[in-house]
Design a protein around this ligand. Sequence first.
Ligand code: CA
Length: 175
Amino acid sequence: MRISKAAVATTLILGMVAPLGLASPVHAASEVVTDPVGDAGGPARLDVTRTAVNNDDRSVVARVAFVEDRHGVVIVSLDPRGDSGLRLIARKRADGSVRARVLPGAFTDRGPVEDVGPCRGLRVRWADNVARLAMPSTCLHDGDYGAVRFSVLTENGSDSDFAPDTGTSGWIPRG
Ligand SMILES: [Ca+2]
């Protein structure tokens, strides 16, 4: 069998690149977006200061921190690259009870949006000034997605705070 020069060259390149790829640091599949204090339309509002999202194999976990704990709604819009997304929604009532649900469509979706069923295993923990929403990966396209980007909106009464101010986070590879 003849081996072409091109094939040899490809093999050499792959042989060189692969070890380098293994040696490079593993990307943390997470992104943190900070947001200004005092931009939520008043002290009674849910003023976001920081949002961290982890995109792991089994779940997407968002942690949203506020200046102060208030009742209201936190919406984390998740946009998977090349496909429609969804919104994770946590609502804290005046009595302190917290509920979470999922709605189809990310803020950034412009085309058709795929419906989402009940998100089994969706968890929310809203303690003090941090709301943590954890979505099993199966809730988004049955887990068939890669990188995601996010936006956060809070509401109490009306829209309060939006982060990041640029619109969306960067793409977060799936770890
Ligand atoms: Ca803010």
